[in-house]
Design a protein around this ligand. Structure first.
Ligand SMILES: [Zn+2]
Length: 454
């Protein structure tokens, strides 16, 4: 496959809308974003852009006007090596495992947090449930504890007697128990995500995950209609979208089309845009739309069959994606982050994204990363906050020298373009281009970014 390493974008300036999917207009103000259309884009440029506060929706890239928008959106990433499973995440994984392996369907009340990396995902938080779990684990009183210890000691004594009967020396017996303890400790090492996706051949349900390129028609077309049906079910049930607005065209523009070109990331993996399909038996139950970039796996969206919402598929797929990031990391240098999109502190439904241990938020002025637990208090005080200290300089803008302009079918340096169009009053245009340079940052422009001008 040809590797296209240049990127072509068209800048649209800023826009505002009263239709904010997070607060539905309740947060005093409008949703404000800068936008550009990406005709084609390398994974290097997109990596640089998301590290500068951008995200994509189809081929459209947008960046919130952080100081002004009604619901500021902070880029969040998780260092997958630092990630540890929380108790409630383990419970979700356990329920999922039991459903696949043993066919056990959890009770409806067991539903904890449902999530996706989407715009305006509803999340059902259940703090009561979590509290109960904590209470359960602190139930033991002193009396029953000492009784248990006594019984345990008696069991130990009986085992020692048995071993002596086998004419083992005391030293042998000591060695025997030492080995047993070691074996038990390795067995007890904290469970990893992959342990919950390890099903036996006798599992009651068959589970499979298929990764397909969204641009590869031969792989994608046969499943397109199936995906669309699940998408429509999800949007109408979970987001209350109107069915007639959910056309195949809209689905494709939003979740199938991507500006990213595919590129090899070593012998095992490829960068670009993918659909990760989750199948149970012959049913498509969920689809994670993901981008595999230079340094990270970035979650674009997740939709699932609402009939399976008892499995907390938003959470399960996020954990699966963290595990997948670790797998890619094994063979791709510096690949170590899972991007969940935007974290919106002012929208309680979206705070679940902060629940993944090892997460960082990007400072909206310097684009430096800060542990989420350290900066959350700032967001409790004010929905807009700078995280870096005052002495950190703001992130540098793209240099005009790096920027190429596509004009009359040829790409040229900005200064050449300015000469060609010297007769025009260029003040307005220069202002717009400098604004774009500020928004995309130095790194994106240095990776062969071409700005299209009509
Ligand atoms: Zn809002």
């Amino acid at each position: 496959m040809d590797e296209i390493d240049f990127s072509i974008v068209e800048y649209f300036g800023s826009s505002d809308s009263s239709d904010c999917g997070y607060c539905r207009g309740q947060n005093n103000g409008l949703r404000m974003t800068h936008g550009m259309w990406a005709h084609t884009m390398s994974i290097q440029v997109y990596q640089a852009l998301i590290d500068n506060g951008w995200r994509r929706s189809g081929k459209y890239c947008y960046k919130p006007v952080m100081k002004q928008t009604c619901c500021p959106q902070y880029t969040i990433k998780c260092d997958v090596q630092a990630n540890r499973l929380s108790k409630s995440q383990k419970n979700s994984l356990k329920r999922f495992f039991n459903f696949i392996e043993h066919g056990e369907k959890p009770k409806a009340s067991a539903k904890v947090g449902e999530n996706s990396a989407s715009v305006s995902s509803p999340v059902v938080q259940n703090p009561k449930k979590l509290k109960e779990t904590v209470r359960d684990s602190t139930k033991h009183d002193g009396k029953s504890k000492s009784k248990a210890t006594k019984k345990r000691y008696q069991r130990y004594q009986r085992r020692v007697e048995k071993l002596r009967l086998k004419s083992m020396t005391d030293a042998d017996i000591e060695e025997h128990f030492k080995k047993k303890r070691e074996a038990k400790l390795t067995k007890q090492k904290p469970k990893q995500i992959q342990d919950y996706f390890n099903f036996t051949d006798a599992a009651k349900n068959k589970f499979a995950v298929k990764l397909i390129k969204s641009a590869d028609a031969s792989c994608f077309e046969p499943h397109k209609q199936t995906e669309f049906e699940v998408y429509r079910q999800y949007q109408t049930t979970i987001h209350k979208d109107k069915k007639k607005e959910l056309t195949m065209k809209q689905f494709e523009r939003f979740l199938v089309h991507s500006p990213l070109s595919y590129v090899s990331l070593g012998p095992l993996h490829e960068g670009g845009s993918f659909h990760q399909q989750y199948w149970v038996n012959d049913q498509l139950i969920a689809v994670g739309v993901i981008d595999i970039l230079e340094l990270c796996l970035s979650s674009v969206y997740l939709f699932n069959d609402p009939q399976y919402s008892f499995l907390s598929l938003g959470r399960i797929s996020a954990l699966y994606e963290i595990m997948f990031t670790r797998q890619i990391q094994e063979s791709v240098d510096n690949f170590k982050y899972y991007y969940m999109g935007y974290y919106i502190h002012s929208c309680p439904k979206m705070r679940y994204k902060g629940d993944f241990a090892g997460s960082f938020l990007s400072c909206p002025e310097t684009y430096t990363w800060h542990p989420i637990e350290d900066v959350k208090p700032l967001l409790d005080e004010s929905k807009y906050a700078r995280f870096a200290s005052k002495d950190v300089s703001p992130s540098p803008p793209a240099s005009l020298r790096d920027l190429l302009i596509l004009y009359q079918q040829s790409a040229m340096p900005y200064f050449r373009y300015r000469e060609l169009r010297a007769t025009k009053n260029n003040k307005e245009e220069d202002k717009e281009i400098l604004e774009l340079c500020q928004l995309i940052g130095q790194k994106a422009a240095a990776c062969k970014l071409i700005l299209y001008r009509a």
